[in-house]
Design a protein around this ligand. Structure first.
Ligand SMILES: CCCCCCCC/C=C\CCCCCCCC(=O)SCCNC(=O)CCNC(=O)[C@H](O)C(C)(C)COP(=O)(O)OP(=O)(O)OC[C@H]1O[C@@H](n2cnc3c(N)ncnc32)[C@H](O)[C@@H]1OP(=O)(O)O
Length: 217
C-alpha cells in the first residue's frame, strides 16, 4: 500500500450518510480470516490454472475427479449468503480472496484514484499466449467499483464500460491498472482507467457508473 492510500476497509468513507443509500445491496464488511483461508484460495488458484492446462491420462483424471467430488462434499454444507463468505472481502489477499477476480493487489486507494498491480496466469489465457479479452473488462469493472467507493460515492452500477485494447496483454508478468474519477454529474460518475506493462499501454477504459436509487437492485 502506498502512503497515499486511504483505508480500503473504511466502507463508511468520510462518514457520509449518503453511503447508506446503496440500493438493495447488502452492506459488505471487510474480514481478516485465519491463514488457512489464504492457503485455500491460493491452492484453488493453482487448481484453476491446472484445470485449464492439463492433458492427463484417464486414470489420473479419474483420481482427480474423485478428489474434487470429495472436496465439494466437504465444503457444500458451509455455503453462506452473499456478503458472508470471506471471498471478495479479504482486502489483503490478491483479488480480495475471490477466485472470480484475477490475483491483483490494491496499491493505492483514495479519492484521487485506485491503482492495483498483478498478473494474468494460465487460467486467464485467451489465445497465442495472451490474456483472454474478457478478463480485462472484468478487472476494469471491479476497479471502477473501487474507484467510486474510494471517491466517497455510494455503491454504483456500471451503466457502460468501454475498453480499447491497445496491445496484447501478456501472462505471468506484473502489470498495473490505474484509474480515477473524471467528473460527477448527479447520479453519474465518469471514470477513466488504463492498464500498462512497464511503459507499454495495454488497454484504456472509460466507464459510467450510476448511483443506485433507494431499493434499486
Ligand atoms: C467488503 C469489503 C470490500 C471492500 C472493498 C473495497 C470496496 C469495493 C467496492 C466495490 C468493489 C466491487 C464493485 C464491483 C462493481 C461492479 C459493478 C457492476 O458490475 S454492476 C453490474 C453491471 N451493471 C448492471 O448490471 C447495470 C444494469 N443496468 C441497470 O441496472 C440500470 O440500467 C442502471 C441502474 C445502470 C440505470 O438505470 P436507472 O433507471 O436507474 O437510470 P436511467 O434513468 O436509465 O439513467 C440515469 C442517467 O444515466 C444515463 N445512462 C444510463 N445508462 C446509460 C448508458 N449506458 N450510456 C449513457 N448514459 C446512460 C441516462 O441517460 C440518464 O441520464 P440523465 O439523468 O437523463 O442525464
Amino acid at each position: 500500500m502506498s502512503e497515499q492510500a486511504a483505508d480500503v476497509t473504511r466502507l463508511d468513507y468520510d462518514g457520509d450518510d449518503e453511503y447508506e443509500h446503496h440500493g438493495g445491496f447488502p452492506k459488505y464488511e471487510p474480514v481478516t480470516p485465519g491463514p488457512d483461508w489464504a492457503r485455500f484460495v491460493d491452492g484453488m488458484r493453482t487448481l484453476q490454472d491446472l484445470a485449464v492446462s492439463v492433458d492427463a491420462p484417464d486414470d489420473v483424471l479419474a483420481a482427480a475427479a474423485d478428489q474434487v467430488e470429495k472436496l465439494a462434499e466437504l465444503l457444500g454444507p458451509h455455503v453462506a449468503p452473499e456478503g458472508r463468505s470471506p471471498a471478495g472481502r479479504t482486502i489483503e489477499l490478491p483479488g480480495r480472496g475471490s477466485l472470480l477476480l484475477p490475483p491483483w493487489n490494491i496499491e493505492k486507494f483514495g479519492p484521487d484514484g485506485v491503482r492495483s498491480t498483478g498478473m494474468f496466469r494460465r487460467y486467464h489465457l485467451g489465445g497465442n499466449g495472451a490474456a483472454h479479452g474478457g478478463t480485462l473488462p472484468l478487472l476494469f469493472d471491479d476497479l471502477m467499483g473501487m474507484i467510486v467507493h474510494a471517491y466517497g460515492r455510494p455503491i454504483s452500477r456500471t451503466a457502460y464500460l468501454h475498453v480499447d485494447y491497445r496491445a496484447i496483454t501478456p501472462l505471468n508478468t506484473t502489470l498495473a491498472i490505474e484509474g480515477k474519477v473524471d467528473r460527477v454529474d448527479g447520479r453519474k460518475t465518469y471514470i477513466t482507467a488504463r492498464m500498462t506493462h512497464g511503459e507499454t499501454l495495454l488497454a484504456e477504459c472509460e466507464a459510467l457508473m450510476l448511483v443506485l436509487l433507494p431499493g434499486q437492485p
